[in-house]
Design a protein around this ligand. Sequence first.
Ligand code: NAP
Length: 477
Amino acid sequence: MERIVNQSLLNGLCNQGDDAIAVYNPSTQRIIGYVPSLSKSGIQEKIQSAKLAQREWQQKTAAERSLVLMRWYDLVIENANDLASIMTLEQGKPFAEARGEVMYGASFIQWFAEEGKRTYGDTIPTPASNKRIMTIKQPVGVTAAITPWNFPIAMITRKVAPALAAGCSCIVKPANQTPMCAYALSELALQAGLPKDLFCVVSNASSRLVGDIFCNDQDIKKLSFTGSTEVGRTLIKQCADTIKRTSMELGGNAPFIVFEDADIEQAVAGAIASKFRNAGQTCVCANRLYVHTTIYDDFVEKFVDAASSLVVGDGFDQEVSVGPLIDEKAKADVMSLLSGAVKEGAKLSLGGDELDGNFIPPTVLTEVTKNMSIVQEEIFGPIAPIIRFSDESDLLEQANDTQYGLASYFYTQNIQRAFRIAEKLEFGMVGLNEGIISTEVAPFGGVKQSGFGREGAKQGIEEYLNIKYICLGAIDS
Ligand code: NAP
């Protein structure tokens, strides 16, 4: 913690004790701090405070709300190095990548500070001469968010910034593995002048308990979740009793396709960035690579060459570009998928060795086939399975043959194929000759069991607004 210059960012932390949740550094596996485990009644009190704070906040003009959000944005940027250090400490990703996430996370605050001023309604041509019809948009009220550990800042700002810009309050439950970034963000929001209780962070040793409280509370009008499909499914069911609005950003199983007419150098660079960012622990990362049989060997040689130059280790080491997995269980799950694939006949072309701690080296599997479990499941680790294909329609069938529908990628120089494939991929997002697609200006989200709702872009704020239709009658009287 001595790395953190602005100690106020650690205000959310507490001392070791019965009620404290220990936070570990996944690189060293040592405890770096504790956050409070709030009781059920403590969480319910926060919801009531958020309700009161929201009533006043929604009375402010969008421009007034925007000014506070812009001050929050400025403070996040000013404290980018400290926030990135906290992230590398609790999440493990390399410091440069963590800093990149801080900037990416901040971009949502800036974006929605601007978008909040553009939540237009409509005036609708009237069907009757004595009536006028219009719509206005209003904040949904108190909102709650449950977020994962893999992007401990961006997954929070992507929800909280549009909620606040729309005039809502937001209570966030971060993953217990990475709560320190969340507490630091809320501290900066307070320093920026955001009214107390409007954005608060709650943690409890039992995420199930927090989920129960959020889903069953009548005063929470919307739940936004990012995490696994399994937990998302449970939360949707739990929200049924209160008919709560939900958005779900769930798991993925992204195909990364390289056609015979692709620029191979570009495809290799895109695949490396997509596959190994965050040690493969992203919902949009290339999960299975399909390479046309005529360029398969060439692609594999270049991909293995590029992957072998990546350095694995502690994220504070400047040489390192691949950090640890989040914990021992995550590592064991990935190693089990890897050994299963090898048993099923895949060839280990790079990596695969057992390292100490939570580390796994960049690993490439070749001669992978469509029925192997490594192709069916979300790997969430730095393993790249490469599959050979020859026929376009068979390839499309394989690419779409998954319950998931989040991100997909393909490389081609053929314009007809570009349109054909982009339209036929059953995914919410398509990277065409591009391996990194996340940006605040584009709508992020999935189809099928990858969820529903969109984050970022002009659509992101709609998730926090209700449409009200007003019919004005008796115009002629
Ligand atoms: P996870 O196990 O679903 O956890 C996500 C969040 O849900 C954490 O805060 C977790 O808390 C909480 N949680 C777990 N069980 C819960 C329950 N029964 N009730 C309420 N909350 C509960 O997912 P993860 O393993 O952390 O994250 C990886 C998954 O997230 C992957 O599937 C990935 O694809 C997905 N993801 C999706 C997106 C997207 O935008 N689509 C982005 C990032 C990640 P604790 O951790 O404290 O238990």
